[in-house]
Ligand binder design. Sequence first.
Ligand code: SF4
Length: 365
Amino acid sequence: MKKSEEPLIPRDFNGSFFHKNLKSWYECYERPLPWRVLWKQHRDPWHIWVSEIMLQQTVIKAVIPVYERFIKRFPTFEDLAAANSEEIRLEVRGLGYYRRFDLLHRACMELTKDGRGLPQKHHEWLELPGIGTYTAAAIASITRAEPFGVVDGNVERVLCRLMDIRLEPNLPHLKKHFKQLMDQACSRGCPGVFNQAVMELGQTICTPTNPACNLCPITKICSAFKQNSQHLAPAPKSKPQLIDVEMQLSIVSHCKKIVLCRRPDDAKFLKGTWGFFTAIRSRQEFHHDGQQQYGLKLSNKKQIGRVKHSITKHRIMANVLALETTKLPKTELIRIVDPRDVEENLVSNLDRKAWVLLQKKLNLD
Ligand code: SF4
């Protein structure tokens, strides 16, 4: 047997205590997050599906207002299927990782096209675009009590501490063991409640730094607690190498209005989103991001300042410019908006930061 395949779960691991205590704790301390409230009221898997997509790579605090706005605008998956991608992007503006919403849209269109309705089973969820093992397990366990465990960053941290595993928490062989342990625990009953309980513990009590062990319902079986090694388990994740990108964002005005462009579908960053004109530095020169040219004649260039922003593994430093144009070409790829409406037309926080910087500069001048 290879070292990575040896069982990590101690023989004497008290699975029954783990399951029972976390479940009872969650039933008392569960936070009334909007998707949980909606699920209790309507038992509609759509509400859980949307929350699971939004929570990928995004903190709960940022998700809540966007989730509430989104569910109001798209109360059913059929409503989302009937929308266009631009409307959808505007509703999720600021969350980042916009491809996940394109995939959600595609999945909804597939479901309405052949009149299938929402999936009933774990394996049916897995067949949809944008749904992987974690999301399928979360939805199936919460909505249909199917015994599939979830393993996200919070679960990894809790389990590493429970077993005092001082390794990086997301190593593939650990993931495999953790998935088995969570599946087994879920088979003891109430998988949806149990999965959410472990994640909730990681979010609120067993936090990355200074875990509140005095409030934890499973100290009795926690090895890191016994060894006082919570700061050692798990080991920090190795940081991905960041790529520096120099960008230019041009905020163009025309007759006291602001000109926005639709970024090309072949752009490197923020494909298909509406925002400011974007160029990327390659060697000594800046080039439009993507093949699309907009044909604007620009004048009165002013330096506004610089903004920092990260997109996946890219660390962007954007030089913000203000320019004017007297003539607009006829194309669907640009539109003019009143300055008061600019913010709600911007999808990315990168554009929003540039816009805020311009406002500050105008107020100072
Ligand atoms: S006892 Fe402390 S370290 Fe162990 S699971 Fe609970 S909060 Fe985490």
